[in-house]
Design a protein around this ligand. Structure first.
Ligand code: GLY
Ligand code: MN
Ligand code: MN
Length: 427
């Protein structure tokens, strides 16, 4: 199991501190608990930026950067040890152990946050914080906001750092993908006759959980037949119908890193001829786009190329009619391929790292970035403008790709993907 070293978290904090103006305070809060309904809560998950900088999974925590004359001090606020609360919610690290574990200059109790903050900000002119944080302690810093000349969003700086993954992050992503790979293979092998989408979802998520991962990087999509044409279909409550395809977009979160994989497989072992024709257009497109990935290539170029390839394929099958150039210009593919070619992935499934730089120029691919490549074609069952044999079919194929020095590595390449490979695994 990959574990990020404390020295790496410190390095990230140093990198961030370097980006702050002199005479600054930087504040990063832990995530608050979120209620599901009445007095039941979602399982606690740390704020992604806070986790990236500390690896600390407790709530009621806050990280401060204090920069004076180029020198930076870091402060971590933690919850105090409290026997009664620990009886209900489990052990907390406490101040003493936190000081031992983290390479942080000072550790204080969160109960003293306001008092300490007031002292620590003396002489500081600039404040960096998460303007949108839902943590109620943000209110405490808002009281002091008028003392600062410059107020900046600290999340933008951290998210930019998250664009390039470190070797340990790449290992963590690979571990997450390895579990998701097992789950997709299990789904392919599962006997689907007379079963429901949720039963297949349960197979996948059982594989996640028994490997210490969670199914909440995003909600699994298990969409049979025409349901696949609803892009965010998560009801997963319909029967698996013989002769139809199932689009499975499922990826686990493991040790705070996501995976995001889609496979589209037949209910009854074999693809039908029209399914195969559509599938191979999506697959060819996906393989060609992955083949283009290397440093300095732009994501928009991948998007454009995917649109061209899918348009050509759809003309061949008689789904799009007319002249190629005109269809491209009018973006006619949008009816059948309405989404993007992919997104950054990391601690969040849609990692919120920037796509454009401060001057609004597109950021080209660079070594260490991880992105998904996920072309698709979706033909509604009621779409009379399309040959009947393709109606009600929705296909997406999605892999997670690491940009390397020379090109790229498909981190999810072990999961069966060609028609032959999928049919060979099916029951
Ligand atoms: N599973 C969400 C996505 O593919 O972006
Ligand atoms: Mn995706
Ligand atoms: Mn996905």
């Amino acid at each position: 199991m990959q574990v990020t070293q404390e020295s790496e978290y410190k390095k990230r904090r140093d990198t961030l501190a370097n980006k702050l103006f002199n005479n600054s305070v930087g504040v990063v809060f832990s995530a608050p608990h979120t209620a599901r309904s009445h007095d039941t809560h979602h399982p606690y998950r740390q704020d992604s930026n806070f986790y990236y900088l500390t690896g600390f999974k407790e709530d009621n925590a806050c990280l401060l950067f204090l920069k004076t004359k180029g020198e930076v001090k870091t402060v971590l606020f933690v919850q105090k040890k409290d026997e009664l609360l620990e009886l209900w919610t489990g052990e907390r690290l406490g101040k003493k152990e936190a000081k031992k574990r983290f390479l942080i200059d000072k550790v204080y109790l969160i109960d003293d946050f306001e008092k300490r903050f007031k002292e620590l900000i003396k002489g500081k002119k600039n404040l960096y914080f998460d303007i949108n944080s839902k943590n109620i302690d943000v209110k405490k810093i808002l009281k002091f906001i008028k003392y600062f000349k410059i107020k900046e969003d600290i999340t933008k700086l951290i998210q930019k750092m998250r664009l390039i993954k470190s070797p340990s992050e790449i290992e963590l992503i690979k571990e997450s993908i390895a579990i998701t790979a097992k789950a997709h293979l299990r789904a392919m092998r599962f006997e689907k006759k007379d079963k429901y989408e949720y039963e297949l979802q349960a197979e996948i998520e059982h594989e996640f959980r028994r490997n210490a991962a969670y199914s909440d990087a995003y909600t699994s999509i298990v969409a049979c037949g025409n349901s696949a044409n609803t892009l965010h279909y998560i009801q997963n409550d319909k029967p698996l119908v013989d002769g139809e395809l199932i689009l499975i977009d499922a990826g686990c979160e493991h040790n705070y890193y996501a995976s995001d994989i889609t496979r589209t497989i037949p209910v009854s072992a074999k693809f039908t001829q029209p399914q195969k024709e559509l599938y191979n257009i999506v697959l060819d497109t996906q393989l060609k786009i992955i083949g283009m990935i290397k440093p300095n290539v732009k994501r928009t170029k991948l998007q454009e190329e995917a649109e061209k390839l899918l348009t050509k394929g759809m003309i061949e099958l008689g789904i799009l009619k007319g002249e190629y150039k005109k269809l491209i210009k009018e973006k006619k593919h949008k009816k059948y391929y309405p989404h993007g070619i992919g997104h950054w992935m990391g601690i969040d499934v849609h990692d919120p790292a920037p796509y454009r730089d401060a001057k609004n120029r597109e950021i080209p691919l660079q070594e260490g970035m991880v992105l998904t490549i996920e072309p698709g074609i979706y033909i509604d069952k009621e779409d009379k403008s399309v040959p009947k044999r393709y109606r009600g079919i929705g296909i997406r194929i999605e892999d997670d790709i690491l940009v390397t020095k020379e090109g790229c590595e498909n981190l999810s390449s072990s999961i069966a993907k060609t028609v032959e490979e999928i049919e060979a695994l099916a029951k």
